[in-house]
Write a protein that binds this ligand. Structure first.
Ligand code: SF4
Length: 303
């Protein structure tokens, strides 16, 4: 079985030669690589998908408060806001779910890297929100849901093959940006989009993340990472809304990946996860760095 593909065109050729649809090929490929049956692959996928569910449930059921004080239970706040400007249940859940999973990660909870821990809320947040808000009669079964996660992963493979999924190498465009593209593809798959439209939705989302710096405050995966998960979930929703309306990407997905790689290579080192630039060196960012370095309470006056 052919297991390597570098571009969308490559992938299309592999599907043709293997005579398999995208979802079927991705399961067969995993089974081949891991020496497992398709049923075993599907069972493992279901197990991981349920871990994402447990993470988002945890993040919404109680405020997640990190040791640094940078993560403050905002998912709970966002899930039941006192005021809201957009009230569509899919949108509101997508951003709250994405934030919830990312907060659980920031607090040391169990998540699935998707594609990284810092960007772990974007794909599951988006896909679970879509599934949870389908009207009666339009429910999404496990097989279709699993396939959406695989399609999202396939976009991650394509980005990893020709660029990177590491913020330390390509900036946050390669982590949260990639996750947004993966979520858009998964969502497009759930919406019944054809092969070309799935990758076009991914291109639309990824284009809107190019150049995103990686500048975590105090070197922790919290600011801007956690809230960025909510923003990139919204990005994925916008990409699929555009795609469904027939608003396609002028630049094809593979060329967007080429651009991501070039931009990542030209990013200065201080915007690639070493916390030496951008938000990390703002006065507030630096004050957190100092506090976290020396968390001892101040001595009472006069002692
Ligand atoms: S800002 Fe950096 S550390 Fe945070 S999610 Fe993005 S790539 Fe990861």
């Amino acid at each position: 079985m052919k297991t390597r593909f570098h571009t969308v065109q490559d992938l299309a050729s592999v599907l043709e030669s293997e005579n398999l649809p995208l979802g079927g090929y991705l399961v067969a490929r995993e089974a081949f690589i891991q020496g497992k049956t398709a049923d075993e692959v599907n069972a493992e996928l279901d197990r991981r998908i349920q871990i994402t569910r447990a993470a988002l449930d945890r993040g919404l059921s109680a405020p997640q408060l990190s040791f640094s004080g940078l993560t403050r239970g905002n998912a709970v706040r966002l899930a039941a806001p006192e005021k809201a400007i957009v009230t569509d249940p899919f949108y509101t859940r997508a951003i709250a779910y994405a934030l919830a999973v990312a907060e659980v990660n920031a607090c040391g909870g169990r998540v699935i890297s998707f594609p990284t821990a810092g960007s772990c809320g974007i794909v599951p947040g988006t896909l679970w929100a879509f599934r949870d808000t389908r009207p009666s009669g339009e429910e999404i079964d496990d097989a279709r849901f699993r396939e959406a996660f695989l399609v999202a992963s396939c976009v991650g493979i394509l980005i990893a093959e020709r660029a990177t999924l590491a913020g330390a190498e390509g900036g946050c465009q390669a982590e949260c940006g990639a996750a947004g593209a993966m979520a858009a593809a998964g969502l497009a798959s759930l919406c019944g989009c054809a092969f070309g439209a799935i990758f076009d939705a991914a291109a639309l989302s990824l284009k809107n993340s190019l150049g995103l710096a990686c500048d975590p405050v105090a070197g922790l995966v919290e600011v801007p990472c956690v809230k960025r998960n909510a923003f990139l979930a919204a990005n994925a929703l916008t990409a699929v809304s555009l795609e469904l309306a027939g608003v396609t990407s002028v630049i094809p997905f593979d060329e967007v990946v080429t651009a991501l790689k070039a931009i990542g290579d030209s990013l200065p080192a201080n915007l690639r996860e070493n916390a030496q630039g951008g938000l990390a060196v703002t006065p507030t960012g630096l004050s957190y760095r100092e506090k976290i370095r020396d968390p001892r309470p101040e001595a009472p006056a006069g002692v």
